[in-house]
Unconditional design. Structure first.
Length: 164
């Protein structure tokens, strides 16, 4: 929190909400053998597959906002668990394509239902998933997610006057 501020900053509140959500999803999907990060990956992959896409790890990383190296690590763990299939892209031998196995689709459908109930609980104070306040909140989140953020460079003599 910032000095002199009457309450928590928006950044602090976003951080707290993100952590609250991560912990809740971790607990909710643990009985299915998933973590929140794994759920994010299989849930996104499920939606992409339903749309006819067989994404590369890079495409899935871009979609989820996760680092490509982390997606690779998650995909390998999910492959070991029998939930994801990793194959070389026939058009780019450097790329790895991902697909849910039948077991992965079944587990993901269960996880989606569990998380859907959880999101309903979270959004109840705003009127639920289909409420006008929730739609406004969702639009505000999209606006914030569209803002590119880059760390500012330290203001010292070694970096002044130079273009990074």
């Amino acid at each position: 929190m910032s000095k002199g501020s009457p309450g928590p900053t928006p950044g602090f509140l976003v951080w707290r909400l993100a952590n609250k959500w991560r912990v809740a999803v971790d607990r909710a999907v643990a009985p299915l053998g998933l973590t929140h990060a794994q759920y994010s990956l299989v849930g996104s992959l499920y939606d992409m597959q339903r749309a006819g896409e067989r994404p590369s790890q890079r495409r899935l990383a871009d979609h989820t906002g996760l680092e490509a190296l982390y997606v690779s690590k998650l995909a390998r763990a999910l492959e070991s668990a029998g939930l994801v299939e990793r194959t070389r892209d026939p058009h780019d031998p450097r790329a790895v394509q991902l697909a849910l196995t039948e077991q992965g689709q079944a587990v993901t459908r269960q996880a989606i239902e569990v998380v859907r109930d959880l999101i309903q609980q979270l959004l109840e104070p705003l009127g639920g998933l289909d409420a006008p306040r929730t739609h406004a909140f969702t639009n505000e989140l999209r606006t914030l997610l569209d803002v590119p953020l880059a760390p500012s460079l330290p203001n010292d003599e070694s970096t002044q006057g130079r273009t990074p």
